[in-house]
Design a protein around this ligand. Structure first.
Ligand SMILES: Cc1ncc(COP(=O)(O)O)c(C=O)c1O
Length: 193
């Protein structure tokens, strides 16, 4: 983008909060500046190569720079970058919904798009809640969650989450839930010594 590494480091320190990152310690480390990706690798501004072992936090399952995906994005940008689904439709949304319906289990025929993991959880919570309201059982309002769960950082997702370090401070803002143990027996509370 034409800015020097030093300028970007200064601007990063001045303006960016990095998620789930202890900023005090982070500021003292060398800033890892990713400028390019290819397949399973990321490259920094000096051309050093890193294995993207977390797949850009599980969002890049097909690898960086997949030609057919990049081409599809470029092709769409030449037509329109964004159009709402609120009262309108566009071909990619329809075609993807159809493709998803074909690979999901029988009976799951409708698609509602959301824009992140957390907002997808909000949508799911609201759909479940609204379902019982409209079915004539308005008293069904409680959610069961699994202990140790992580579903994202919006407040509904935090309400059904159970990671003390991330969630405890927000407890007063959350709705009540029932909690059941997760089927996960690494450091299992029920395990015998
Ligand atoms: C299991 C799970 N659910 C939900 C989320 C939240 O997704 P997002 O960061 O897209 O809001 C994450 C994110 O790490 C996740 O691991």
């Amino acid at each position: 983008m034409g800015y020097s590494y030093e300028t970007l480091v200064n601007w990063d320190r001045e303006h960016l909060w990095h998620p789930f990152t202890q900023m005090q310690g982070f500021r003292e480390e060398e800033l890892l500046l990713i400028t390019r990706g290819e397949g399973v690798y990321l490259f920094d501004h000096l051309g050093r190569r890193y294995l993207d072992g977390v797949s850009s936090l599980w969002t890049n399952v097909h690898g960086h720079g997949r030609p057919e995906m990049d081409q599809a994005v470029r092709g769409q940008l030449e037509l329109v970058a964004h159009s709402t689904l609120l009262g309108l439709a566009h071909p990619p949304a329809i075609v993807l919904a159809r493709a998803l319906a074909e690979v999901t289990p029988p009976g799951l025929t409708k698609v509602f798009y959301s824009d992140s993991g957390s907002t997808a959880v909000e949508v799911a919570l609201k759909m479940a809640f609204q379902y019982w309201q409209l079915q004539g059982s308005p008293q069904k309002q409680r959610f069961l969650k699994l202990s140790g769960a992580y579903h994202g950082d919006t407040l509904g997702a935090v309400s059904v989450g159970g990671i003390t370090l991330f969630h405890d401070i927000f407890r007063p803002l959350l709705f009540e839930t029932l909690e059941a143990p997760a089927p996960y027996c690494y450091r299992c509370p029920q395990a015998e010594d």
